[in-house]
Ligand binder design. Sequence first.
Ligand code: ZN
Length: 175
Amino acid sequence: MLDRREGLGLIPDQTNSEPRMKICDHAVVAMHYTLTNAAEEVLDSSEGQDPLIYLHGTGGVIPGLEAALLDKVVGDQFTAVIEPDDAYGAVNPSLVQVVPRSAFEGVESIEAGMRFTASDGQGDQQSVAIAEVNGDEITVDGNHPLAGQTLHFEVEVISVRAATEEEISHGHVHP
Ligand code: ZN
């Protein structure tokens, strides 16, 4: 029998003796993820980079992903399929507009797929993509590039810790 009083230098195994923290509000979560669309094209991934770190409960990740992460623990791996309503929303047709080429002052060539920052003159800026070029009529799309898409996330939880008071009051993670 092992008896710690004999001075064997045994210390409790923290990883086995303490419950692993479940992800909840005010947890700082690090995770690796790969995002694919319905066509199984990889749109984004943390592979080969540092894990994504966020403060749970502050909207740091899209709502569907945050919901899927709730109660997970370090080491958990899972797939989350997230409908547009819980991701970047439905496509809003009113954000698709035809503007004259003259609106792109100083731009030599305009091609579908290019992105521009549009300003409404009141300080608000919006990222828009060129959807179509038809002579002097340029169709721009101000929807988020992932609007209307069902997203598939492969997730691995790398670490979970409690946020500090300062992190909670700031609403973001400190390094
Ligand atoms: Zn801060």
